[in-house]
Design a protein around this ligand. Structure first.
Ligand code: SF4
Length: 276
């Protein structure tokens, strides 16, 4: 039996992407300063490490490969579920895709809906809050048949469906069998005043839409807290056609503005944290 070594196609990938943790376990081996430090390893460096391992095995003609990931922290999900999923997905993509089989500009998203490669439909915050309010109100009281509510809102079902799907992605609603049912948070949103709505929406946008969390993280990390449109457009085009990248960025700008998690200057084409 062969030993479990990298030369035999077995690799233990030990990752410590961030020490950040908001908890205070008495047995913790990290100092408080280390746990409050939000510095995070660049996803690009993790991808590069994966490619180097792959190149090593490709060079030696090793076909059977086993990679075991150990994820150390900080509490591993303290940087947010979207960031965690994004990194897991990047590792998965790099370690399971043969470079020759991936056409340029078409990286595969292995967990649809969870990574930054999700194409976002053209929806506005008004359409999202309008549907939430309508489903929450009588006679639906939180659950409605989509064609019926589309008709009552004077919308076509194919106009309404992307709105309902986006509410589902944000965990404000569940869509199944042609019905839409609000979650507890969806009902809360409908009941809240404007400020509390924005606060709740921001939390869900950053938690459940990886691209929103990614943009916010890049802005937080940059000293000037700014990044051009091209910074994200180029990245999205690795996953989707250019037109879909434009639509996705336009949608995230609209939702990010409403949530006040970042701002975007249309003239300068720059994202920033100025007056979000
Ligand atoms: S890093 Fe782990 S042990 Fe330390 S406080 Fe966070 S959860 Fe507790």
């Amino acid at each position: 039996m062969q030993p479990d070594t990298i030369e035999n196609g077995y690799f233990v990938f030990t990752l410590m992407p961030s020490l950040y943790c908001h908890l205070n376990c008495p047995h913790c081996y990290l100092s408080v300063a280390e746990r409050r430090d939000r510095t995070m390893l660049s996803p690009g460096l993790i991808e590069e490490a994966c490619r180097k391992i792959d190149a090593y095995w490709n060079g030696r003609g090793i076909e059977k490969r086993t990679v075991v990931c150990y994820w150390y922290g900080g509490e591993p999900t303290s940087m947010g579920i979207p960031a965690f999923r994004d990194l897991v997905e990047r590792i998965y993509v790099e370690m399971t895709t043969r470079s020759a089989s991936v056409p340029a500009g078409r990286r595969t998203e292995y967990f649809p809906g969870t990574g930054i490669g999700t194409i976002l439909p053209h929806v506005s915050s008004n359409s999202l809050s309008g549907l939430l309010e309508a489903v929450a109100a009588a006679p639906y009281n939180g659950e409605a048949d989509l064609p019926v509510i589309a008709s009552s809102l004077h919308m076509e079902i194919d106009e309404l469906f992307p709105v309902a799907e986006t509410l589902q992605m944000l965990r404000f609603a569940e869509v199944a069998g042609g019905d839409i049912r609000l979650t507890t948070e969806g009902r809360q949103f409908a009941d809240f005043d404007t400020d509390r709505r924005k606060h709740l929406f921001a939390r869900h946008l950053l938690t459940y839409v990886a691209l929103a969390a990614h943009i916010r993280r890049v802005l937080d990390e940059r000293p000037v807290h700014q990044a051009p449109w091209s910074r994200f457009a180029d990245e999205l085009e690795d996953y989707m056609p250019p037109a879909a990248a434009v639509q996705t960025l336009r949608t995230i700008i609209a939702l990010g503005r409403y949530a006040e998690i970042f701002s975007y200057d249309d003239e300068k084409q720059v994202f920033s944290l100025d007056n979000p």
